[in-house]
Design a protein around this ligand. Structure first.
Ligand code: ZN
Length: 215
């Protein structure tokens, strides 16, 4: 059973009052979710702050992984905590500029995504992967991952390449989520009409500006 932890939300509101940047999760079909993220060249205090916001958001939405472009940022960075709770601080991991190699086996499991809430479907992924990445301290991570870790990492790296789990569903499974996705698209268009969301050109201009800052 999931019990919503409201504490991170309160903390985020406090930060908003201090005028610090507050990131929000964007939902399908926001164009940033289709943007191919760029490698990060440096890490600074602002980026560390964004990463801590990403963990807060991930816990608030009961997720185990969150990629930078899900919070509308064009960087090759994602956070995971397979325990899914801020109490398990030791399980928090930040992966910067991740590179996958040497995939083995395949496994089908049900997946969901914080950018497409309420939609789930079976996705076939490699069972074991080799991952190379950096953390916020610039330390290199090289290792083999399997099970849930391998699945979450593959899901998040897909995000960085502009791929969503719904792209990997079989045609039968796609049919099962078609209606739900239509609703997201209708909602997105109506937000655009009311001006609650910027147009494609403004979104692209913002991403280009952000890419110049850190990549
Ligand atoms: Zn996702």
């Amino acid at each position: 059973m999931h019990v919503e932890n409201l504490e991170p939300r309160v903390e985020r509101q406090e930060k908003a009052k201090e005028n610090k940047q507050v990131v929000e999760i964007i939902e399908y079909p926001h164009p940033t979710l289709r943007h191919e993220s760029k490698p990060l060249r440096r890490v600074d205090a602002e980026l560390r702050h964004i990463v801590s916001e990403m963990f807060d958001l991930m816990y608030e939405h009961q997720g185990v992984g969150l990629a930078a472009n899900q919070v509308n940022l064009p960087y090759r960075l994602f956070v995971i905590n397979l325990e899914g709770t801020p109490e398990a601080k030791d399980a928090e991991m930040v992966f910067i500029n991740p590179v996958l190699s040497g995939a083995k086996g395949s496994e089908e499991e049900e997946e969901g995504c914080l950018s497409i809430p309420g939609v789930t479907g079976p996705v076939t992924r490699s069972e074991k992967i080799q991952l190379q990445a950096y953390n916020l301290e610039g330390e290199e991570f090289v290792g083999e991952l399997s099970g849930l870790a391998a699945r979450v990492v593959q899901h998040e790296i897909d995000h960085l390449n502009g791929t969503l789990f719904i792209d990997r569903l079989t045609s039968t499974a796609k049919m099962a989520v078609h209606e739900a996705l239509d609703e997201f698209e209708i909602e997105f268009r109506s937000k655009r009409e009311t001006g609650a969301l910027p147009d494609d050109a403004s979104i692209a201009a913002r991403l280009a500006k952000l890419e110049n800052l850190w990549t």
